[in-house]
Design a protein around this ligand. Structure first.
Ligand code: GLY
Ligand code: MN
Ligand code: MN
Length: 449
């Protein structure tokens, strides 16, 4: 299969036109403590456009780019890569690097330089362009880019050569491309979802009172890696008992008790594509009546939301459906009382359902792409789904142990159910449908001898 990177760059160049350049920067490396670094994971844009996975990399796409060579001759370049140079001594310690020649020979760069030359070369590359596609927010690099633009303005400007006067956020161009997944990308996401299926099943089978949350986390990670996933797509959440009500719980260090529900929000990354799945199940294999009632409320809202998915529907409408079903059920559960429509208007559900119902999914777990289309008054309106988009649907109900507004029997119960949904021409495909979800299926997989 031909690597997709050159075609992606061509598509971006076509979209931005001949007078706009684009600059993308590798994820900065970060110290964890003393001389230990956090694991490096390439920036999704850099990988999407080049497949290059080394740190300290900057890529410049410059449709009107020219660079002087050693003889002073100026020649056109479109893709220039700034990379770590070959360094036999460092490579003994840290492993292979592609270096400058590798960037040209194996990654399609028209020119490549040691990253140390960025300051010197960037103004020359940005000259002859009116705008630069760049996502600001990387403080250290923002200053470098603005410095290079200023330099290009001072030098090129005086001779009549254009220099950029505008920064364009990639959300306007590149993220429209990343938002709609190609068949190759969907294939990677399918694989990620299928590995995640096995991880969740094995975690359900392993969980039992007396075991620790981290044992389930270990089962997930072991399953992901064994099947060739590079890493989890985000920090796995394994929350038992009251920890299931903590939305971003990450300690995963509690002993699981009899009668607990366990909420696992975990998904692997495969080939740079994320899966993002939540399941909630009884540690001893059997829901109590109260747990089952809350579980069924969340499940019914999730199923109603999934059934809506098709081109033209918006994530706003899906969220409204989740809120509607959950509010009705909160009344049935005796948590809220009054007219459902009024309760929704007053956002009475918010103490128990405080997050949105889903997000884009792709190379990033909270994937890029705008959720709204612009309106003339600047408020934006929810954008309709299109084939090839992938979203999560993940309603939940959370009754913290201190939630005095909830009946005592519900306190300490947290439930979320999350699937990954591909929008198709005439509806949807649930990429994580194989992961146990109905009460019966969950109780079967979790059954204890
Ligand atoms: N795992 C992050 C999320 O569900 O959005
Ligand atoms: Mn999610
Ligand atoms: Mn999740």
């Amino acid at each position: 299969m031909t690597p997709p990177f050159a075609a992606r760059r061509a598509r971006l160049l076509e979209a931005i036109g001949p007078r706009t350049a684009a600059v993308f920067v590798a994820t900065p490396t970060a110290i964890r403590n003393n001389d230990v670094e956090h694991e490096f994971r390439q920036d999704s844009d850099v990988f999407y456009l080049t497949g290059f996975d080394e740190p300290e990399t900057v890529i410049v796409l410059a449709p009107n780019g020219r660079l002087k060579d050693d003889s002073g001759e100026s020649r056109p370049v479109t893709l220039t890569m700034f990379v770590r140079p070959k360094d036999p001594e460092r490579e003994v310690w840290d492993g292979f690097r592609w270096g400058v020649d590798g960037a040209k020979q194996s990654f399609g760069a028209d020119a490549a330089f040691n990253i140390d030359e960025l300051g010197k070369r960037l103004p020359e590359l940005l000259a002859r362009h009116d705008a630069v596609v760049y996502r600001w927010g990387n403080k250290a690099f923002d200053d470098r880019l603005f410095g290079a633009i200023q330099y290009a303005r001072r030098t090129a400007g005086r001779s009549g050569i254009a220099a950029p006067t505008r920064i364009i956020d990639p959300v306007e161009v590149l993220y429209e491309h990343r938002l709609r997944k190609s068949p190759d990308e969907v294939a990677k996401m399918r694989r990620a979802c299928s590995i995640t299926n096995e991880g969740h099943r094995r975690a359900m089978e392993t969980a039992s009172p007396g075991r620790y949350e981290f044992e389930l986390e270990a089962v997930l990670l072991e399953t992901f890696r064994r099947h060739g996933s590079e890493r989890p797509a985000y920090g796995s959440i394994v929350g038992s008992g009251p920890n299931a009500t903590v939305l971003h719980y990450r300690r995963n260090d509690r002993r699981i008790e009899d009668g607990d529900l366990v909420l696992i929000d975990a998904g692997c990354e495969y080939g740079y594509y994320a899966s993002d799945v939540t399941r909630t199940f009884p540690a001893n294999g059997k829901f109590t009546d109260v747990q089952r009632a809350v579980y069924q409320a969340v499940l019914d809202s999730q199923l109603a939301c999934i059934a809506m998915v098709k081109p033209g529907v918006t994530q706003g409408e899906i969220h409204d459906k989740a809120v509607e079903v959950l509010t009705e059920r909160l009344v049935k559960l005796g948590v809220l009382s009054g007219d459902v429509k009024e309760l929704i208007k007053k956002e009475a559900y918010k103490p128990f359902y405080m997050h949105k119902t889903g997000h884009w999914l792709g190379m990033d777990v909270h994937d890029v792409g705008s959720y709204f289309l612009p309106t003339s008054d600047g408020t934006g309106k929810h954008r309709p789904l299109e084939p090839g988009m992938v979203i999560t649907i993940e309603p939940g109900l959370y009754f913290g142990i201190g939630a005095e507004a909830a009946p005592e029997a519900l306190r300490g119960i947290g439930i979320r159910i999350e699937d990954d949904i591909l929008v198709t021409e005439d509806g949807y495909e649930n990429l994580t449908a194989a992961i146990p979800k109905s009460v019966e299926e969950i109780e079967r997989v979790c059954a204890r001898a």
